[in-house]
Design a protein around this ligand. Structure first.
Ligand SMILES: [Zn+2]
Length: 248
């Protein structure tokens, strides 16, 4: 019975999510936002008042022009890419939401027009790549371990506008870091491992149940010295070259 009720609720949620007209592949407003709960995606991650999501603009295909509409990326999509739900993922998504609000006042993130610097955090680095379209192999995603986790420098390439975003010191629970160091030392009990997850999830919940400005600060940067590329030169990205090609 419980399963049937859950299934019913999920179907109702999905019905509300798919209300936008589907239309042609590249026309109209396509607003599909998948926040249905899954075993790896607790319901509150989708429904919390300040859970970030992202409208992104891409091209329609390789050597295609800009798409006429956009996509919505949610925390759930990020988890599918990254592999797990963790505090770092939610923290990084919140930080980048703040940065994009500054760089793209119309709310649509152009993933063909960004470069970013992150540290080498598995979680923050994945979020950086997914949300910006920047890639290490094309020297648009740089790594600088002098940055903290979930600290990013992001540039809108076409205008040169650059911002730095990071977590406010007072917003980060030191207990998470203490417990993380313990786990990374390799000397921990199973209970302590579970405790770390609980701490991270509590932190994530706190981040998205209050305005992001309370947890993150973003500032404009000028004269930023971009780090040297990590990868050797393997060639440039070409698939966005004709995004502004005329129709006829
Ligand atoms: Zn992670």
């Amino acid at each position: 019975m419980g399963i049937l009720i859950k299934l019913g609720i999920s179907l109702v949620v999905m019905a509300f999510l798919f209300i936008a007209p589907m239309g042609a592949l590249d026309a109209g407003s396509l607003a599909i936002k998948d926040i249905a709960p899954e075993w790896y995606f607790p319901e509150w991650l989708g429904t919390s008042l300040h859970a970030p999501s992202f409208q992104v603009l891409d091209t329609t295909n390789k050597y295609g022009r800009y798409a006429k509409t956009n996509k919505i990326i949610t925390l759930k999509d990020l988890i599918k890419f990254h592999g797990h739900f963790c505090g770092g993922l939610v923290e990084s998504a919140g930080a980048l939401r703040m940065a994009f609000d500054r760089l793209f006042p119309d709310g649509i993130v152009d993933r063909t027009d960004l470069r970013i610097v992150s540290n080498n955090s598995a979680c923050g680095g994945d979020v950086a790549a997914y949300l910006t379209g920047a890639r290490l192999r094309f020297a648009s995603h740089h790594i600088d371990n002098a940055l903290k986790e979930s600290e990013f420098v992001i540039q809108k390439v076409s205008t040169g506008e650059t911002v730095r975003v990071r977590v406010r010191t007072e917003a980060y629970p030191t207990e998470v870091r203490t417990q993380m160091k313990k786990i990374e030392s390799g000397k921990f009990t199973p209970r302590e491992l579970d405790r770390f997850q609980d701490l991270q999830w509590d932190y994530a919940r706190r981040l998205i149940t209050r305005p992001l400005q309370e947890s993150f600060m973003v500032e404009k940067v000028s004269d930023y010295q971009w780090p040297e590329p990590i990868c050797k030169d393997l060639g440039e990205r070409r698939d966005n070259d004709y995004k502004n090609a005329p129709e006829k």
